[in-house]
Design a protein around this ligand. Structure first.
Ligand SMILES: Cc1cc2nc3c(=O)[nH]c(=O)nc-3n(C[C@H](O)[C@H](O)[C@H](O)COP(=O)(O)OP(=O)(O)OC[C@H]3O[C@@H](n4cnc5c(N)ncnc54)[C@H](O)[C@@H]3O)c2cc1C
Length: 123
């Protein structure tokens, strides 16, 4: 059984993106009067420093990653396994990378897109 090797790197861009997301969310909540957002202090510190309590989620994905090049991925843009005419993968396994947001809605959208594609190929 091959074992996954985790290569998880946090960058300055990650921290800036998180901070900007919450700032925009807070501005929009304030503008529409539906609430307020309190941003944790550590997000305003040095962009290269992360707090010790950070942890990951439980979002398994990327084991049959999508890429146009069979050497770099398992499935093509239509979720078809490279080199096989009739094998498709529907699920978070086709994600080439993982983001911070929950993945299931996007994988459902990808699966619906795949079903539309299959309808055109199976006629
Ligand atoms: C604790 C936890 C909390 C989560 N919370 C959220 C959340 O709040 N929001 C969100 O968006 N996502 C959440 N996720 C992630 C979400 O569950 C997954 O992204 C999603 O289930 C992935 O769907 P999938 O169809 O790709 O894979 P799976 O749901 O894992 O489906 C794969 C299926 O393939 C089957 N299978 C495996 N090997 C074989 C085989 N050889 N032959 C036949 N069948 C096989 C498995 O039994 C399984 O049924 C959470 C995950 C965990 C673990």
């Amino acid at each position: 059984m091959p074992r996954a090797r985790l290569d998880w790197r946090l960058t300055e861009l990650d921290k800036r993106s998180i901070r900007t997301f919450y700032q925009l969310l807070g501005q929009e909540f304030g503008r529409s009067g539906i609430g307020r957002v309190q941003i944790l202090d550590w997000l305003f510190g040095d962009d290269r420093t992360w707090p010790p309590f950070l942890s990951g989620g439980w979002h398994h994905m990327g084991t049959t990653r999508m890429h146009a090049d069979p050497k770099q991925g398992v499935v093509d843009a239509n979720c078809r396994v490279h080199g096989l005419g009739n094998l498709y993968v529907a699920g978070a396994a086709v994600y080439p990378t993982a983001g911070s947001a929950n993945p299931t809605l996007t994988l459902v959208a990808l699966s619906l897109r795949l079903s539309d594609h299959l309808k055109t190929t199976l006629v």
